[in-house]
Design a protein around this ligand. Structure first.
Ligand code: NI
Length: 277
């Protein structure tokens, strides 16, 4: 499958980058997508989209022209057309945590995709999970560096929280990190004007309050409708344990479990997104 090969290359690039960042290659646990024997040559990591464009070089000065041009990251073309198909975006906040890989296993078993709104500080301590999630086709998004209440911060401090996180997530995932969800769902006008697509939800499971697997399953299945964005937290074992039943039932109901960019198309920046229109 073409997408898989692309992802494998992406994984390799990310792994190389991880090593370059000093995280240590042994941290990588990308499962069945071992590069060994895949026949695909590793490629250099792509430049992040906000890298400064290469300045024009005056060849008269004897400076060689750049050999590579910056590559703009873009969301891959959706595999499902959610303007026709019945889609839902299952989203998870606050990770990556110690249960996130188990969640990824459940999604892999169901051939489903999630959107993970990650904290920068957690991505820094579990970079291999970010790499694996991105390699397996999940969308990586921004949930600030350390779960800041953005409503209490100046515009400059809000931007610093989001930019630092986006930069790390972009390096690890090789994805455009264009979406954010504010912690506590707390934001103000400044938050919406920082260049990110602000992704909220239309189904709030409040899984962190109940910490109960069957209640979380019921909240999702009772609340979901075509085009929904469902909010959960992958740092809770009870929520991760809810995934198999949720995925099984949604599949039975004919839903495609897609990422937010697949659901919405290219998520529009400086706008609030609650669900598919
Ligand atoms: Ni949160």
């Amino acid at each position: 499958m073409k997408c898989f090969r692309t992802r494998t290359v992406t994984t390799l690039a990310s792994m190389a980058l991880l090593a370059a960042l000093g995280f240590g290659a042994s941290a990588c646990t990308a499962q069945s997508q071992s590069p060994i024997g895949s026949g695909v040559e590793p490629q250099a990591p792509q430049l992040s989209p906000d890298a400064a464009p290469q300045a024009a070089v005056d060849v008269r000065l004897g400076v060689p022209p750049p050999t590579a041009t910056p590559i703009q990251l873009a969301w891959p073309k959706p595999q499902v057309d959610c303007t026709i198909a019945k889609c839902v975006a299952l989203t998870y906040d606050d990770g990556p945590g110690k249960h996130t890989e188990e969640l990824l296993d459940h999604f892999a078993d169901a051939d489903a995709k999630a959107t993970l709104f990650m904290l920068g500080k957690n991505a820094k301590s579990r970079p291999e999970v970010v790499i694996r999630a991105a390699a397996e086709g999940h969308a990586i998004a921004n949930h600030t560096w350390d779960h800041a209440n953005l409503r209490t911060l100046s515009r400059t401090k809000q931007k610093a929280q989001l930019d630092k996180t986006a930069s790390l997530l972009r390096e690890l995932s090789d994805q455009p990190v264009t979406m954010m969800r504010p912690p506590y769902l707390a934001f103000n006008d400044d938050t919406v004007r920082l260049g990110f697509a602000v992704v909220l939800q239309d189904v709030n499971t409040k899984d962190w309050q109940t910490l109960n697997t069957s209640t979380t399953v019921k909240k999702v299945l009772d609340g979901v409708r075509p085009g929904s964005i469902v909010l959960m937290h992958d740092v809770h074992k009870s929520t991760v344990d809810a995934a198999p039943a949720i995925l099984r039932e949604l599949n039975k109901r004919g839903y495609h479990m897609v990422t937010v960019p697949e659901l919405l198309g290219e998520p529009e920046p400086n706008k609030l997104h609650f669900r598919q229109r």
